[in-house]
Design a protein around this ligand. Structure first.
Ligand SMILES: [Zn+2]
Length: 177
């Protein structure tokens, strides 16, 4: 696999950050910090009207994301706007579709944690070490993810990647012309 070029234009394509965009990045020690904001219209979650932007919610903890080699850890700093709805008067903070529940991790990282934890002989300590996370974070995210899956039965969320790639290897999809 080709290493990801750490330039704004290139890296954005690889990041599951929609509708937010990468605005800047910073390397601190062995970690990379990525900064995101959204320029799309703010929509009231209550009535669907277009809302006014009333500044940004002050700096909250960054989200841990899947590590981007060669960096040890990857942090996503997400600037959330505050909205005020002109129709119903609701004050709200814009939602971040790629955040896993109230945890400070991205959905992709949560999914990765659970895929790793599903492997035979997997354990919290090793998973945490590989992903550069605290063990407690791995434990909590895994637990919440499983609860989510249970709540969604009969539509499980966890994807069986290994099985899927086996099938794919046996019969590669033909290109549609
Ligand atoms: Zn409204």
């Amino acid at each position: 696999m080709q290493p990801i070029e750490l330039q704004d234009q290139n890296i954005s394509i690889h990041l599951p950050c929609k509708p937010f965009r990468l605005t800047s990045q910073k390397i601190l020690g062995k970690d990379i910090h990525l900064y995101f904001s959204c320029t799309e219209e703010l929509v009231c979650p209550e009535c669907g009207s277009v809302a006014g932007n009333h500044g940004y919610r002050p700096g909250k903890k960054a989200l841990s994301a899947e590590p981007i080699p060669p960096y040890r850890r990857t942090y996503w700093h997400v600037a959330k706007r505050k909205g005020l709805c002109p129709s119903c008067g609701l004050m709200f903070t814009e939602s971040v579709p790629f955040q896993f529940k109230a945890r400070h991790v991205t959905l992709d990282l949560a999914s990765k944690i659970c895929t790793m934890m599903d492997a035979p002989n997997a354990n919290i300590r090793t998973t945490a070490k590989i992903l550069g996370l605290k063990e407690d974070m791995v434990r909590r995210v895994h637990k919440e993810y499983l609860l989510e899956v249970e709540a969604n039965i009969p539509q499980p969320v966890i994807h069986n990647w290994s099985k899927d790639s086996m099938i794919r290897n046996q019969s590669p999809p033909k290109e549609q012309v």
